[in-house]
Design a protein around this ligand. Structure first.
Ligand code: 5AD
Ligand code: SF4
Length: 471
C-alpha cells in the first residue's frame, strides 16, 4: 500500500536544528542566557507540542522562566476548542502590550490551534500588532527558522496556511515532568463532529511509525518514567495510514512489551472505533492502566446523529458492557456537551439517564460553544442561555453524586499508587494516582515522588481520595 502521510525529510529537521545553533551563537554574546516563557492552553497534545518548542528553545541556548516580564521570547500555545479558551488567550496576549513597551526587544509568538483559524490570524495581524510571530500546528517544526528570521531581520511572520498535515520526527523535547511523559502516536482528526474545530486546525489523521513510537517509549522507560500516555485526537484509528497493517490494539501490545516498570495510558478514544479487540488488549496487557476516556457527548440518538458521532446510545452502552465484562473495575470517564443546537430539555434527559446507567467515575462537561466554520454553528439554536445553564448544573450535580459514591467504594482498600507530585490540600503534602488515574492526597517524604507506594484509602470527596502509606 502506498503511504499517504507526508513525512518532513530528516534533512529539513537538521536544517532547523542548524538554525538553533545559529541562534545559540547570537545568545552566547549575552553575559547571561536569555530567558523564554512558554505558556500552554488546552489539551495534552498542546502540552506535548510545547515540550517540543521548549526542546528547540533549549537547543537555542535559552533558559526558562514563568515570568513574562523577564522573558526575551514568549511563546503562547493556544487552544480553539471553545470560545472561553480563545477569550482567555486574547486577554493575556493583549496584556503583553505593557511588558513589550518596557522591553521593546521582547519577541512575542503565538502558535497552536487558535491561530490556524483564518479569522483569528487576521485579528492578530490587525489588532495585536505587538505580536511578532504567528504559526499554526503544521508549521511548528519550522519555529527555529522563524525565530532566526525575526532576530536577524525583525518584521512579522504569519505562517498559518491550510495544510492536511505531516509528521516531523527528530525535534528535541524538554519534558515538564520527570515521572509522567506524553508520547504522540498520531496527529489530526478525520471525524468532523459537527461542533468541533479540531479537524479544521489540526489536519487529517496521520500515524507515526511504530518504530519511532517504540524507540521513544524505550528511551522513557530507561530514563525511569513511570507513566506513559499515548496521545492522539482519536487513538483508536491509529495505523489506518501505515504501509504495514497495524491498529491501536496491536500498538498497545507492542508498547506493553517494552521492558520497564511503567503504566500505559492513552487518550482520546472515539467510541466508534473502540473495538472488542482493543478491550481484549487492554485486559491482557499488564502495563495498560484500567481506565478509558470514552467521550459520549450526548445520550440522545437524534442529537448524536446531528453531532455526526456515528454511534447510537445503544451501541455506546454495548461497548461499555463489553469493557466492564473484561475489566470489571475499569475507571470510565467521558465528555458531555450540554446545549448542542436544537437539543431540547427532553433530549437532554437522555443524557441524564445515560449518566445514571453508566455511572462514570468522572466527567468533563461543557456548554456548547459555536465554532465559526463548523456545521453546528449554522444550526438553529433556540434554547436560552439560562435554560442551558440550568441543565448543565443538573448534570454536574448528578455527576458529583455519582463520583462521590464511586470514591466511597475505595475506602478501606490498599492500592499501589504512583506518587506524582506535591499536594495543594492543606492537610497533605503529596499526591498519587491509582492505576485508574484517581487522585489521592496523602502525607509522606517528598523523596517518594516518582515511586510506587501502597496507600490505604481512608476518606474521600467528590474530587479526590485521601489515603495514608500502608504499613
Ligand atoms: N463546544 C463545547 N464543547 C466542545 N468540545 C469540542 N468542541 C466543542 C464545542 N464547540 C468538547 C467535546 C470534546 C472535548 C475535548 O471538548 O466534548 O470531546
Ligand atoms: Fe473533535 Fe470529534 Fe475529532 Fe474529537 S473526534 S477532535 S470531538 S472532530
Amino acid at each position: 500500500m502506498e503511504r499517504k502521510t507526508t513525512h518532513i525529510p530528516p534533512e529539513d529537521i537538521a536544517r532547523q536544528r542548524g538554525y538553533c545553533g545559529a541562534i545559540k551563537e547570537i545568545n552566547t554574546r549575552f553575559a547571561k542566557a536569555p530567558l523564554a516563557f512558554v505558556d500552554t492552553y488546552g489539551c495534552q497534545q498542546n502540552e506535548a507540542d510545547s515540550e517540543r518548542i521548549r526542546g528547540y528553545l533549549k537547543e537555542m541556548g535559552y533558559g526558562f522562566t514563568q515570568d513574562e516580564k523577564e522573558a526575551a521570547v514568549i511563546v503562547i500555545n493556544t487552544c480553539a476548542i471553545r470560545e472561553h479558551a480563545e477569550q482567555r488567550v486574547l486577554g493575556n496576549v493583549g496584556a503583553l502590550v505593557h511588558t513589550k513597551r518596557k522591553n521593546p526587544n521582547q519577541i512575542i509568538c503565538l502558535c497552536g490551534c487558535m491561530v490556524q483559524e483564518p479569522h483569528n490570524a487576521a485579528k492578530i495581524r490587525t489588532s495585536y500588532r505587538h505580536v511578532d510571530m504567528v504559526f499554526g500546528p503544521h508549521a511548528l517544526w519550522r519555529f527555529p527558522e522563524f525565530l532566526y528570521r525575526i532576530l536577524t531581520r525583525r518584521g512579522r511572520i504569519f505562517e498559518t496556511a491550510d495544510d492536511p498535515g505531516s509528521i516531523a520526527e527528530g525535534i528535541p523535547v524538554v519534558r515538564q515532568n520527570g515521572v509522567k511523559a506524553w508520547v504522540s502516536i498520531m496527529y489530526g482528526c478525520n471525524n468532523f463532529c459537527s461542533y468541533c474545530i479540531v479537524p479544521y486546525v489540526r489536519g487529517r489523521e496521520r500515524s507515526r511509525d511504530p518504530e519511532g513510537i517504540l524507540a521513544e517509549v524505550e528511551e522513557l522507560a530507561k530514563a525511569g518514567y513511570k507513566e506513559i500516555t499515548l496521545l492522539g485526537q482519536n487513538v483508536n484509528s491509529y495505523g489506518k495510514d501505515l504501509p504495514e497493517p497495524m491498529d491501536f490494539a496491536d500498538l498497545l501490545r507492542k508498547v506493553n512489551a517494552v521492558p520497564g516498570d511503567f503504566l500505559i495510558r492513552f487518550m482520546t478514544s472515539h467510541p466508534k472505533d473502540a473495538t472488542e479487540k482493543l478491550f481484549d488488549a487492554m485486559a491482557e496487557c499488564e502495563k495498560v492502566a484500567p481506565v478509558i476516556h470514552l467521550p459520549v457527548q450526548a445520550g440522545n440518538n437524534r442529537v448524536l446523529k446531528a453531532m455526526n458521532r456515528v454511534y447510537t446510545r445503544e451501541i455506546y452502552l454495548e461497548k461499555v458492557r463489553q469493557l466492564r465484562q473484561r475489566i470489571p473495575d475499569i475507571v470510565l470517564t467521558s465528555d458531555i456537551i450540554v446545549g448542542f443546537p436544537g437539543e431540547t430539555t427532553e433530549e437532554f434527559e437522555d443524557t441524564m439517564s445515560l449518566l445514571r446507567e453508566v455511572e462514570y467515575d468522572a466527567l468533563f462537561t461543557f456548554i456548547y460553544s459555536p465554532r465559526e466554520g463548523t456545521p453546528a454553528a449554522k444550526m438553529p439554536d433556540p434554547m436560552s442561555k439560562e435554560e442551558k445553564s440550568a441543565n448543565f448544573q443538573r448534570l454536574v450535580d448528578l455527576q458529583n453524586e455519582i463520583s462521590l459514591k464511586k470514591h466511597q467504594a475505595y475506602e478501606g482498600k490498599t492500592i499501589r499508587c504512583l506518587v506524582d507530585g506535591r499536594s495543594d490540600d492543606p492537610r497533605n503534602n503529596l499526591t498519587a494516582r491509582t492505576p485508574g488515574g484517581r487522585l489521592v492526597h496523602f502525607t509522606g517524604d517528598e523523596k517518594l515522588i516518582g515511586t510506587y507506594q501502597n496507600l490505604t484509602i481512608t476518606g474521600c470527596s467528590t474530587w479526590a481520595l485521601f489515603g495514608e502509606l500502608a504499613e
